[in-house]
Each structure stands twice: as structure tokens, then as C-alpha cells.
Design a protein around this ligand. Structure first.
Ligand code: C2E
Ligand code: CA
Ligand code: CA
Ligand code: CA
Length: 274
């Protein structure tokens, strides 16, 4: 008779092997996707509440995998981050954006936000990549690097951020309010932009606790003179509230869903003012 423990441990080892095999093949899929240029960059407009104009975009990655169909970035980005693939993917995004800069207004104040993993910055590679893939083409528009607050920001060397600032790059903190850090990085990193997470935008008028957090984030941004972007704006009620509270930029389905870069000029031309 086989001891139960042996059966169990064999079973566990087998499950672990299957899981690893599954993940391995997914990272292989990502590698393949990069090589075959299956990823596409989309952009979502940011609306300025002062002049009612679109004064920037966020670049968002899309993957139409010919073997599995559309895969959400919420699925493949975390896996890419865990398997050293986020840097090649980000290079891809930067390259594709640079290649298509002509779709955006040739304006120094036009923001182009790119999502970057803190590990990319932390290892000192981001600046090298930007020199190589962004600055070499002398883009006119303003580059904004978005770092998510859910990544540990406390241990980022502030000198790396000073370097970005010296190059004229702005730093935005994404998903602000969802991290569990002590905010000690605020003083050190001196971000130019705080992006209010859509959970807090969604709470306006519906959830007392979270909408109080929204108010506190707005107050914080204003006291520290940091530009505010509200993401996930879906209703007129939210937009009105944010405008009344002097949030500078609004982003969300109320204005536009993320779209292929090629569609942006037409969207801009046909856009009905706020
Ligand atoms: P994020 O950076 O917070 O991006 C905003 C997400 O909110 C996007 O989801 C966008 O499509 C979605 N969104 C915009 N407006 C609304 C709205 O009104 N309502 C709702 N419910 N959602 C809205 P998406 O494109 O699926 O991306 C998910 C996340 O994946 C991003 O969150 C970001 O963390 C990551 N991601 C996407 N593209 C990239 C990329 O190129 N590089 C990196 N590192 N991460 C990326
Ligand atoms: Ca973002
Ligand atoms: Ca966000
Ligand atoms: Ca998010």
C-alpha cells in the first residue's frame, strides 16, 4: 500500500509542473508576439478642463494574439513583469509610438503618457532606452512616464528621476491611492502628475468613503502643486464634480475609449467640444 503522503506529494509535484509548463508557454507566447509584431499601441485622449481641448493621450498596449484572440494587458503585463519581458515590451511601445508621432499635434505641450515598470527605471535602463528610442528622433511632444503606485516607489533612486526631469520628461504616478506605500516617495520623486485611480473617480456621488479619498487626493495635488488627471471618467456627474474641483485633465470612456493611433487624427477633427 502506497503511503498517502507519497501520493499527495507526487500529485502536487505534477500540478506544479503543469502550472510551470503553462506559464512557460505563455512567456514563450509573449516572446513570439514581440517578434511577430502582434502587439498594437492604442491611445486614449486626455481632456483639459481649462480650455476643453484634448491636450494629451495615454498609450495603451493591445495584443490580438492569432492563436488565442484578444488578451487583456491586465493578463499579459503582470506576466511580462515577472519574466523579464516588460523591458522589451516597453521598448516596443516606445518604438511604435515614435514611429507614429505624426498622428499627434506637433505641440510642445501635448502630453504623451507611456506606462513604465518601476524595475525598468530602477535598473537605470529607462534613460538609456529613451535616449536611444525616443530622443534620437527629436520628438516635439512632451513625454510623460507613468509609474504605478502599486510598484514599490520608496526605493527608487531619486537621482534617476532627476535625470528624467533634466531631459524634460515628466513623471506621473499612476493608480494613485491604490498603493500601500507611506507616500514617503512624494518628497523624493517630486512627480509632476498624479493620476487618480478609476476606483476613486467611480466613487464620486456613490461611495462616501472612497469619494472622501478622492477629495483628499485632489487637495493633496493642489497643495503640492502637482497636476491632476482623473482616470475612468464615465459619467457627466463625475466630470462636473472633477471640473468644479479644478482637476486639470479628464480621461475616460465618457470622452473616448482607447483607439488605434491611426484613428486619433479623425477623432480629434470630429470631436464635439466638452
Ligand atoms: P492603467 O495604466 O491604469 O490604464 C488605464 C486603464 O483604464 C486602461 O485599461 C483603459 O482602457 C481603462 N479605462 C480608460 N477609461 C476608462 C473608463 O472610463 N472606465 C473603465 N472602466 N476603464 C477605463 P487597459 O488598456 O486594459 O490597461 C490595463 C492596465 O494594463 C493599465 O492600467 C496598465 O497598468 C497596463 N498597461 C496597458 N498598456 C501598458 C503598457 O504599454 N505598458 C505597461 N507597462 N503597462 C500597460
Ligand atoms: Ca497608466
Ligand atoms: Ca491608472
Ligand atoms: Ca489601473
Amino acid at each position: 500500500q502506497l503511503p498517502l503522503a507519497l501520493i499527495l506529494s507526487t500529485l502536487l509535484a505534477w500540478i506544479a509542473w503543469l502550472a510551470t509548463a503553462g506559464r512557460m508557454s505563455f512567456t514563450w507566447e509573449i516572446n513570439l508576439g514581440i517578434a511577430a509584431r502582434e502587439f498594437e499601441v492604442f491611445c486614449q485622449p486626455l481632456l483639459n478642463t481649462r480650455n476643453n481641448e484634448c491636450t494629451g493621450v495615454e498609450i495603451l498596449l493591445r495584443w490580438n494574439n492569432p492563436r488565442q484572440g484578444w488578451i487583456s494587458p491586465d493578463v499579459f503585463i503582470p506576466i511580462a513583469e515577472d519574466h523579464n519581458l516588460i523591458i522589451p515590451l516597453t521598448r516596443y511601445v516606445i518604438n511604435e509610438t515614435v514611429r507614429n508621432l505624426a498622428v499627434f499635434p506637433p505641440d510642445h505641450h501635448f502630453h504623451i503618457g507611456i506606462n513604465v515598470a518601476a524595475s525598468h527605471l530602477r535598473r537605470g535602463l529607462l534613460l538609456k532606452d529613451l535616449n536611444r528610442y525616443w530622443f534620437d528622433t527629436n520628438p516635439i511632444q512632451q513625454l510623460v512616464v507613468e509609474l504605478t503606485e502599486r510598484d514599490a516607489l520608496d526605493d527608487i533612486d531619486y537621482r534617476l528621476v532627476r535625470e528624467l526631469h533634466r531631459k524634460g520628461i515628466k513623471l506621473a504616478i499612476d493608480d494613485f491611492g491604490t498603493g500601500n506605500s507611506s507616500l514617503s516617495w512624494l518628497e523624493k520623486l517630486r512627480p509632476d502628475v498624479l493620476k487618480i485611480d478609476k476606483a476613486f473617480t467611480g466613487a464620486i456621488g456613490t461611495d462616501a468613503v472612497n469619494s472622501t479619498v478622492t477629495d483628499i487626493i485632489i487637495a493633496l495635488g493642489q497643495r503640492l502643486n502637482i497636476e491632476l488627471v482623473a482616470e475612468g471618467v464615465e459619467t457627466e456627474q463625475q466630470a462636473t464634480y472633477l471640473r468644479q474641483h479644478n482637476v486639470l485633465l479628464l480621461q475616460g470612456y465618457l470622452y473616448a475609449r482607447p483607439m488605434p493611433l491611426a484613428e486619433f487624427p479623425l477623432w480629434l477633427a470630429q470631436r464635439t467640444p466638452l
